[in-house]
Design a protein. Structure first.
Lengths: 315, 315, 315
């Protein structure tokens, strides 16, 4: 039994991509596959794309679907051996064991605290759930990874850039709030598994965790990074060095059409939601560079490929 | 592609009414029509009847259904060109474009602010969503209109009052809170399209927006208005002149059985929820005048007619 | 038409147990039974097991399912004749009558206030809903009863203890918060209907309502109660005598493996969620005594038996 947790999860990445391409052509071709099987989605945090696309993906495969906002349930304890005297009403061990008695696949979204780096980077919620789960678990964005997003990123690059060695850039951009590193971490991890070296550009002090930088390089000058780029993937993240803080809001890092016009007709990608004219300027968002809505649509087809593979026992 | 936004939305109103009557007789006769198609309902506000009846309507047509409480998602920006530095995480342009990649029909409920008349009467949320939507949008009650309610109102009047020119009265009634004008506006708009002139009765200062009064007349004395009435439609609304305020709570305007008994056996209608003994007295609510539960049931059949017509491309 | 409200609800308890056993062997054997029929679940309080198992049960029978968190809807008034001037927007009479126009089965969860014993023990919410409902109502845990839990308790005991007169113990255990008596009340009521006498053990002052004690006996010494026990059912409840208060948190009452080892290989049961090392120690939770996850799974099969019987008109 394979969980869908990280870039390492798929046994055969290329096959999974091909499954997504095949399902995209005819999304309802396997509507009997999931008959009588239940997918439960547990949301500890806000969601739009993930909530809609993952449920739709499961429904397209004929599954029963229940989505739960976890604020409407009991608070979970994740530590073992604790005397549960305070605000946590249920241990993850019970929650996982019980949900697995009803569900065939369980999907979880749980963002980082952004206050405790060590706990966040242990990816406590999903790892503890997987530890006790007897059914496949799908990561809907954990504290440090967002593999469903990254799989959609990969499919979109395969569709949009028809060349053997595209130049792929991951650019930091400013944001008024402290955001997780999950999307960026996962993007790098998946690109590495797919054989792509990414040029990562960000201000000094915004270095990502070395674990995810394997095979990739940093270029501190955004303009140099963008030169000859085929893909510009944009994402804000808060710094590891000043954990949970907003250290830099420099408008100079915002993505504009002028910057994209100096690339090799680069495709602009962002996971959404995006703050217009802070992260990416209107003129870039609405330019012919944008692959943003096509990327969002691919969330459906890639989620469906993941669920399909799990149901077939082929993930 | 037609949105279902106002009384002007249906191409052929009479045909839509006939569809509702036909579906009411056998609600599950088209369970294959929506197979593999997704209806997404977005609720920015509380709902009971609309949430249940619209979902049930879509399910009866075999659709996949996802209902989202938007407080569990990202706050939306509606202005163009804004630097999104503050509390709004996502622009409606992205939200609409993305949801349309997953859904075949999108339905939205968004009440007015009741603090800014101009913005409310621009019906900002749904109009901006429709502007960017590539799929049909259904109005689940916007700032100034509630067409699914009005369509159910019309069907109920057709069923209950078998005469060519019924006297239809819309009566204001007191309420402790400031309420929208949406139900009343829409009722008048739909009655006008259906060829009915409505006698509107309310205290001085509670005049509705002239846009919705076309073809209708005001009678400031409730007793005169009720004389010979075949239908008494009751609704509180807050005044346009003192926007968002409660200007009048006079019990004299409450609907009682005694008042209804002086009509022409009038059918009592209200969209619900209703505050008993404030808006309508118990003796009227529980009298033989009441068509209120039958009206509520018609929310299902009329919503189903709307969704059916959209799926058939015949709205 | 039978509601599923208490141990008195099933016409034939043994037949209902047999239905659950039969459905458990092949949960999807009646997927056409509920076609086109809607089950609505109304949650006034948090839920995990009940929400998942009851929805899954209805889906396994092919029903349409809508689960509503009632904080996203209108607040209900339960008193008759009230002038609804304050915080309640809708009377339960309208809510019940209207929901019944859309739904074929309605299920409700509503916990006690724990501030007003008389109102709680009148089981106001569900009793008022049932009074006005024209469709079968299922109790998802009311102020004083949790019959779906108790039916699962009974099935689990039937499965786990193969002897004619097992010794069944209900043991109070400490908890940091004031909890309802609903699970304990219902357990006693169902055991009585099933012909079992229960030994109830708890500190002085924690006596349960006499209505539920019929046929059962109190043993104030936990150790004596556990001697020769075949089943130890554990549950905290707050005292009736100091209503809504936490009168005793003595660790001496916590369930440990050592205590269970002195029984007759007793099966350990708890409805969950459970606070580890407060209510039950880790060593007991994780021991071979535990039937807790099997009990949780039986929530699905027993809920499905209830819904199946309602759909067949055989409850």
């Amino acid at each position: 039994m394979n969980h869908f947790y990280s870039a390492a999860s798929p046994t055969n990445l290329n096959e999974l991509v091909q499954t997504a391409i095949r399902l995209k052509k005819n999304p309802t071709q396997h509507m009997d596959l999931g008959k009588g099987k239940l997918m439960v989605l547990l949301f500890f945090n806000a969601s739009l794309r993930t909530k809609l696309s993952t449920q739709k993906a499961a429904m397209n495969l004929g599954m029963q679907v229940i989505s739960m906002d976890m604020k409407d349930s009991w608070a979970w304890e994740f530590e073992d051996g604790v005397t549960m005297r305070f605000d946590k009403a249920e241990h993850v061990k019970e929650a996982a064991n019980v949900i697995c008695r009803y569900a065939d696949i369980i999907a979880i979204r749980s963002f980082p605290s952004l206050t405790d780096k060590e706990t966040d980077y242990s990816d406590q919620v999903i790892n503890n759930f997987m530890k006790y789960s007897t059914k496949p678990v799908v990561n809907l964005e954990s504290a440090i990874r967002h593999p469903l997003q990254s799989f959609a990123d990969l499919l979109t690059i395969r569709e949009k850039v028809q060349k053997p060695n595209p130049k792929i850039v991951l650019s930091w951009a400013p944001h008024p709030k402290a955001l997780p590193q999950a999307v960026s971490n996962s993007f790098l991890e998946w690109m590495h598994r797919a054989g792509h070296n990414v040029t990562v550009t960000h201000p000094q002090g915004y270095e990502l965790h070395p674990e995810f930088m394997t095979g990739h390089t940093v270029e501190y000058e955004q303009e140099k990074a963008f030169a000859e780029a085929d893909v510009v993937y944009v994402k804000n993240w808060s710094p590891l060095s000043q954990y949970g803080k907003v250290a830099n809001q420099s408008e100079e890092w915002m993505i504009t059409k002028a910057k994209l016009d100096k690339t090799n007709h680069a495709k602009l990608m962002h996971c959404l939601p995006v703050r217009r004219n802070v992260v990416i300027a209107d003129d870039a968002m609405d330019s012919e560079h944008s692959a943003i809505y096509d990327l969002a649509e691919n969330r459906l087809h890639t989620a469906q490929a993941v669920i399909y593979s799990i149901l077939k026992g082929e993930l």
